[in-house]
Design a protein around this ligand. Structure first.
Ligand SMILES: CC(C)(COP(=O)(O)OP(=O)(O)OC[C@H]1O[C@@H](n2cnc3c(N)ncnc32)[C@H](O)[C@@H]1OP(=O)(O)O)[C@@H](O)C(=O)NCCC(=O)NCCS
Length: 169
């Protein structure tokens, strides 16, 4: 592990692979990070999230509980993941919502996919292998392997393919 930052907070329950680079003001807890992955400044990764090997997670990105990012993925700056489609601050009886009051909806980013800066990935979706998500896209549905999607909501761009390295799906 290379920790360039004195101010990164890595909780004791984080499973860090070999040669992981963590930059300043990163907050990691209860997650796992694979070998040779790089994590930029101001990234937060929550418990029960996983990031594979050789990934690049750019600054200001939020990876929440229930997100699984496979090997070789690129995540741009300020990418937001979501794990609760209908969030509430309080339960029906008015008390602050706790963990028992809602359920995490998981998301999977398959091997080699890239997510452009500022994208929002709604929960419950799978982004296929080596797919490419445009900057600023809002992904609301599964993205096929090798597809290039952009826009709000994200739609497949006709004729564009991001699968130069070959896809398994
Ligand atoms: C989506 C993307 C891969 C498309 O690249 P491309 O195929 O070369 O697309 P082009 O630049 O030729 O643009 C083609 C059309 O798509 C539109 N477009 C391109 N990117 C878009 C985006 N992110 N959202 C909405 N529309 C987009 C263009 O305006 C253009 O529209 P037009 O034909 O009506 O003029 C790319 O623009 C992108 O967003 N990449 C992510 C970059 C990023 O976030 N990097 C992070 C690290 S810096």
């Amino acid at each position: 592990m290379s920790l360039e930052a004195d101010f990164a907070r890595i909780a004791p329950d984080v499973r860090l692979g070999e040669n992981v680079a963590v930059h300043a003001f990163v907050n990691l807890y209860g997650c796992s990070i694979g070998d040779d992955t790089r994590i930029g400044t101001f990234v937060e990764i929550q418990k029960n999230a996983s990031v594979g090997r050789r990934c690049k997670i750019s600054s200001h990105t939020f990876i929440c509980e229930g997100v699984a990012i496979e090997d070789d993925c690129f995540v741009g700056h300020g990418v937001m993941f979501i794990n609760d489609k209908y969030p509430r601050a309080t339960a029906a009886d008015g008390r602050p919502q706790g963990e028992r009051d809602w359920q995490v909806v998981s998301t999977r980013i398959r091997r080699g996919a890239s997510i452009g800066s500022g994208a929002v990935i709604l929960c419950g979706v799978t982004v296929g292998e080596r797919a490419m998500i445009g900057a600023g896209a809002v992904v609301t549905r599964d993205v096929p392997a090798g597809a290039v999607v952009a826009g709000v909501p994200a739609r497949v761009r006709a004729g564009a393919a991001a699968c130069a390295g070959g896809c398994r799906e």
